[in-house]
Design a protein around this ligand. Structure first.
Ligand code: MCA
Ligand code: AMP
Length: 505
């Protein structure tokens, strides 16, 4: 099995080179929809080689950042693997990000090349000091690629950075998580093993490819095993149901499962060849878990991860998959639960979850102090999640120590939204909270204190201002106006009171 490969394998290779040893050229890498031709692993190798040559000809060298904000396509994945091969740092961005958000990422990451959709090019050109090239949703690149497909892969050490993924922060400014080639390898191997991945597995891929979930978990597992991916450009329930019978593995966030269950065409017949359904990125409600089991006779494998750590725990393939639990630590991942005084919790009470292992990232980009704060002296990463451990060794995520909303599997930091609302003329202050939502799990909800007589400030005016400034998924679904925000004696806004008031149980 993969886990038995020597750990020193990466010492002179990059993550792609290790994958390359496991895939065969004549196997289909991507099965496309709409009768478009299959793409083979030989194509992945040749096309990523051409792009890697091109990037080298452009003068990019090891450690340079390539920022990518494009629609999902096979070519998008060629670019990702090309960067790994050339020792460049791949930096994917959510396609929903707007001007100010992108400008921040460009200034913080200082990329040597930006690849974006053609419509965004003029905008990004305004503030980027590097070249801005385009890749459209059909995979057409704005420049000519060299014909040379051979490329001598760049050697990488274990802690060379493969990718930077931005994750929002409680301070309101997103932080770049530096993920190494060794992190990618360790996590792909442990997951392959835990989920008993077979070469013959067919991955139905409907996740975005700018997060750990879609880019690493759902792409790496097929690639490191040389399996086929059916690549859907985005999640559409009818399309997923159409391609499920040809697949064996599906990975989703809870919202994907809620939406599949809402579709009458989602039934046992559609799932007849399926081996594995996994869920993560947000808590899976027991209700969804049960309904799924009743409808399909399949039991979802819930797992738990983070951008900074990749996957940490998973329910088992063999053995009980407990609803409401995220399973046991993956091979090579150490997990501990501590109380607020840093003493180990020895019973099933909730405490602060910390993790250590080869899966854990190198640190935050250009933020050594923040990085040091998030690690303990003995090298555990503080996840900010509150967890408990039951007598069978299963972990359950009970809550979060961080002020974070997870909506449809996407993280939203209230502080960032509050900062935008507070700048709207006539707003005195605001608080942003997550309230239970049947589709998104949690819905962003804003509570606003306005100046007296500001009749122009309405729910829709606040929402439209937000829409013009931040990505759509972060925009408040509801806005409530109050005379004042509840505060404790220290002056801190009591968000629990707001939650209770707006969502009485
Ligand atoms: C879209 N909208 C949302 C969200 N997504 N609102 C709240 N929360 C969301 N997640 C809004 C849009 O702004 C838009 O608003 C309207 O919904 C329709 O937009 P559309 O793009 O058509 O949305 P959709 O296709 O319905 O997308 C919903 C989705 C998507 C499929 C659930 O958000 C998604 O793919 N989520 C998964 C994200 C993911 O992969 N997360 C993993 C990251 P309007 O109509 O007002 O304009 S976490 C991770 O990687 C860690 C490590 C882990 O553990 O996995
Ligand atoms: P991100 O920063 O986008 O990588 O999101 C990571 C966070 O998502 C974790 O710290 C958890 O709070 C949450 N998360 C991921 N998977 C699960 C899960 N299965 N159950 C509960 N929360 C989860």
């Amino acid at each position: 099995m993969l886990l038995e490969m020597a750990e020193s394998e990466l010492m002179h290779k990059n993550f792609y080179t290790v994958c390359r040893a496991g895939f065969a050229d004549d196997v289909v890498f991507i099965r496309q929809t709409d009768d478009r031709p299959d793409i083979y692993y030989s194509d992945l190798h040749a096309q990523s080689g051409r792009i890697a040559n091109h990037l080298t000809e452009l003068g990019l060298t090891k450690g340079d950042r390539v920022m990518v904000q494009v629609e999902k396509s096979p070519q998008n994945l060629f670019w990702y693997f090309a960067c790994l091969r050339a020792g460049l740092i791949y930096l994917p961005l959510n396609t929903a990000y707007l001007e100010h958000e992108i400008e921040y990422f460009v200034s913080d990451a200082e990329p040597s090349l930006v690849l974006c959709d053609p419509q965004k090019q003029p905008l990004i050109d305004n503030f980027a000091s590097c070249p801005v090239h385009t890749l459209d949703d059909q995979g057409c690149y704005s420049k000519e690629l060299p014909t040379q497909t051979d490329f001598k892969d760049i050697e990488c050490a274990d802690d060379d950075i493969a990718a930077i993924l931005y994750t929002s922060g409680t301070t309101g400014k997103p932080k770049g998580a530096m993920i190494t080639h060794a992190n990618l390898l360790a996590n792909s191997r442990s997951l392959s093993d835990a989920w008993q991945w077979q070469k013959e597995d067919v991955m139905l891929h409907a996740l975005p490819v700018f997060h750990v979930h879609g880019l690493f978990v759902a792409t790496h597992l097929p690639v490191i095993n040389g399996s086929t991916i059916i690549l859907l450009s985005k999640f559409k329930p009818d399309e997923v149901i159409r391609y499920l019978p040809e697949s064996t593995v599906y990975m989703g966030v809870p919202t994907n499962y809620v939406r599949l269950l809402a579709n009458p065409g989602f039934n046992q017949q559609a799932c007849k060849n399926m081996r594995l359904f996994t869920s993560g990125s947000a808590p899976l409600l027991v209700q969804t878990f049960d309904e799924f089991q009743n409808r399909t006779s399949h039991t979802i494998v819930e797992r738990y991860g983070m951008t900074e750590t990749g996957m940490n725990t998973s329910n088992p393939i063999d053995g009980e998959r407990k609803p409401g639990a995220v399973g046991k630590p993956l091979a090579g991942v150490e997990v501990r639960i501590l109380d607020d005084d840093d003493n180990p919790v020895t019973d099933a009470s909730p405490g602060n979850l910390q993790v250590r292992g080869k899966n854990v990232f190198k640190g935050y980009w250009r933020l050594p102090e923040k990085t040091a704060e998030e690690f303990t002296e003995d090298g555990f990463f503080r996840t900010g999640d509150i967890a408990s451990l039951d007598q069978d060794g299963y972990i359950a995520i009970m809550g979060r120590d961080k002020d974070l909303i997870i909506s449809g599997g996407l993280n939203i930091y209230p502080k960032e939204i509050e900062a935008v609302i507070d700048k709207i003329p006539g707003v005195l202050e605001s608080a942003v909270i997550g309230l239970p939502h049947p589709d998104f799990g949690e819905a962003v909800t804003a509570i606003v204190v306005a100046e007296e007589n500001r009749k122009d400030l309405t729910e829709s005016s606040i929402i439209s201002q937000l829409k013009s400034q931040i990505a759509g998924f972060k925009v408040a679904k509801q806005v409530h106006f109050v005379n004042e925000l509840p505060r404790n004696t220290m002056g801190k806004v009591q968000k629990n009171i707001l939650r209770e008031k707006l969502n009485p149980q």
